[in-house]
Write a protein that binds this ligand. Structure first.
Ligand SMILES: [Zn+2]
Length: 462
C-alpha cells in the first residue's frame, strides 16, 4: 500500500529519470540517476535512530531492516536483507534499470511485532502523515510492515512493500491502484530455491506461498460469481486496508498483461513509459490493444487459474470455426489448455461427440499415466477424472457472473446441445500447472444431429 501524497512528492523524479535515460541512450536499459535530495528518505539517519533505540538491525546492500523481534535461530529474519537484494536485481531487470547506476539506493523497512517501540523511537510517525495501515505501508524508500507469523508471508509482505519503495523512487510511480498493487504483488511473489529468491509471478505450489492465498481468492470469487472483469479491476479504488480480493484481482490483471503472449510485449512497452495516473488510458490507447480480447483472456485466465498456470500452454486461440453441418474431426493435444475444434453451433443445435486415442497425463510415482477420453479414476481434478475430454462453449453461466467455458459434453462419446451460438473448444481435464508433463492427445469426431422432423415426433396428435 502507498499514498498518493508520497507519489505526488516525487512525481517529477520519473520525468528526470527518463530524460537521463534518453540522454545516455543505453540499449534496453535505463540508467537511473542517484537519488536527489528530498526524493529519498535518509536511511543512514533512520539506522542510527534505530541503533540508539536498541532495536535489532539487519542489513544488506539494499535494505536496512529494523525489527523489535528478538533474535531467534531459524526464523529467517537474518536472511531477509539478502533475499531483498536478490529481489532488487529482479526488479531492476523487470524495469530494465541498470543497478550500477543506482549504487547508493537503499530502503529502510520496519518489521513490527509491536508498533509502540517504533513510535517511541520516532521511527513510526504519529503526526498523521501516514495512514493507519493494517499490514504494511510505504513512503518513498521507507516502509513498515506488521510482522505476520508465517515466514513465507513475512517475506512476501516485505518484498511487496519493497516493490513500492523501488517503483515510487526509481520509477516515480503514481499509477491507478490496480497497477500499483498488482505489480507489487507480481514482483514480490516468489519461492525460495536453495534459500535463494526465485521469482514465480504465478506461484508454482501452494506450499511456496503459504498464507498468500491469491489463487484461492480468485477461485472463491469465481465460485461466488463475484469475480471482476478486467474493466472492473482497472477501476479498483484506492483503499487504506489490504483488501485481499482487490489485491488478488489486481495481481491477476498484471500477471495476465505481463505473461500472456498476446499482451506481454505491449505491456512491456507501456511499463517502459511514464508510470503515472494515465497508465490505464495509455494502455487502452496503445497500438495493438484489443480491449475485448484482453477482457476475454482475463476471464479465461481467472476461470482456469491454478498453481503453475502457464500462459504459453493455456493461452487461447479464439476461433469460432465453421458451422458444424457435417462430420468434422480434430486433434486435442494433452499438453495444452482449451483448444478450438474449428467447428461452431447455433444455440439449441444438437451434435454428437466420439473420441478415441490415448494421452499421457503425467506420472504417479514411477508409473506413466495414460488416459482415454473418459479420463482416469485414479485422480480427479475440479470434480472430474484427470485426462477426461471436455467440450465447452464460451458463455455466461446460468448462475451468472463473468463469461467462462461452460462444459457441454465430456468423455469418449456423448450427444449434446449447444447452449450458445459459437465455437466448440476442447481440452483434457487437468491442472494447468501440470500440462508440461503431458503428451499425445485424442482424435475427436464431431457430427451434427439433425433435429427430428415435426411430423415424426412420437405421440404427436394428427
Ligand atoms: Zn501495497
Amino acid at each position: 500500500m502507498v499514498t498518493t501524497s508520497s507519489q505526488r512528492r516525487i512525481s517529477w523524479w520519473g520525468a528526470l529519470l527518463l530524460l537521463v535515460a534518453g540522454a545516455i541512450g543505453l540499449p534496453g536499459r535505463i540508467a537511473a540517476a542517484e537519488p536527489a535530495r528530498g526524493a529519498l528518505v535518509d536511511v543512514g539517519r533512520l539506522e542510527a535512530t534505530a541503533r540508539r533505540a536498541g532495536l535489532r538491525i539487519v542489513t544488506g546492500k539494499r535494505l536496512v531492516l529494523v525489527t523489535d523481534r528478538p533474535a531467534r535461530d531459524g526464523d529467517g529474519v537474518d536472511d531477509l536483507p539478502r533475499i531483498f537484494d536478490e529481489a532488487f536485481a529482479t526488479w531492476c531487470d523487470h524495469y530494465a534499470i541498470d543497478p550500477q547506476t543506482v549504487p547508493a539506493w537503499r530502503a529502510c523497512g520496519c518489521l513490527m511485532s509491536d508498533r509502540e517501540p517504533f513510535r517511541a523511537a520516532g521511527l513510526l510517525p504519529v503526526d498523521g502523515t501516514i495512514p493507519d495501515f493494517a499490514n504494511g505501508f510505504c513512503d518513498r524508500n521507507r516502509f513498515w510492515l506488521v510482522d505476520p507469523p508465517n515466514p513465507a508471508y513475512r517475506r512476501h509482505l516485505l518484498l511487496h512493500e519493497g516493490v513500492h519503495a523501488f517503483t515510487l523512487t526509481l520509477r516515480a510511480l503514481a499509477t491507478p491502484t490496480w497497477y500499483t498493487e498488482g505489480i507489487a504483488e507480481l514482483l514480490a511473489t516468489h519461492r525460495l530455491e536453495a534459500g535463494h529468491f526465485l521469482p514465480t509471478p504465478i506461484p508454482r505450489r501452494a506450499d511456496d506461498v503459504e498464507q498468500l492465498g491469491r489463487i484461492e481468492a480468485i477461485r472463491r470469487l469465481r465460485a461466488s460469481g463475484e469475480i471482476p472483469g478486467l474493466a472492473d479491476v482497472f477501476a479498483t479504488p484506492p483503499s487504506p486496508r489490504h483488501d485481499i480480493p482487490a489485491y488478488a484481482a489486481s495481481w491477476a490483471a498484471t500477471a495476465l498483461l505481463a505473461g500472456h503472449p498476446s499482451h506481454a510485449e505491449g505491456f512491456r512497452v507501456l511499463e517502459s513509459g511514464p508510470l503515472d495516473a494515465r497508465l490505464t488510458a495509455r494502455l487502452e490507447g496503445s497500438a495493438g490493444w484489443d480491449g475485448d480480447l484482453a477482457a476475454r483472456d482475463f476471464d479465461a485466465f481467472t476461470d482456469d487459474l491454478d498453481h503453475g498456470y502457464d500462459f504459453d500452454r493455456s493461452a487461447i486461440e479464439w476461433i469460432d470455426g465453421r458451422p458444424l453441418t457435417r462430420r468434422a474431426t480434430c486433434f486435442v493435444a494433452a499438453n495444452r489448455g482449451w483448444q478450438p475444434s474449428g467447428s461452431s453451433l447455433e444455440a439449441g443445435e444438437t451434435a454428437e461427440l466420439v473420441a478415441s486415442g490415448r494421452a499421457g497425463v503425467g506420472r504417479a510415482g514411477a508409473i506413466d499415466l495414460e488416459s482415454t477420453a473418459d479420463g482416469i479414476s485414479l485422480r480427479w481434478y475440479r470434480g472430474r477424472p484427470l485426462g477426461r475430454l471436455l467440450v465447452a462453449q464460451w458463455a455466461v453461466p446460468v448462475e451468472g457472473g463473468r463469461p467462462r467455458f461452460v462444459v457441454v459434453a465430456e468423455g469418449a462419446a456423448a450427444r449434446f446441445t449447444a447452449i450458445a451460438a459459437g465455437g466448440l473448444y476442447l481440452k483434457l481435464n487437468a491442472p494447468p500447472g501440470e500440462l508440461a508433463g503431458f503428451d499425445g492427445g485424442l482424435d475427436v469426431g464431431l457430427s451434427p444431429v439433425a433435429a427430428p422432423a415435426p411430423q415424426r415426433r412420437r405421440g404427436e396428435v394428427r
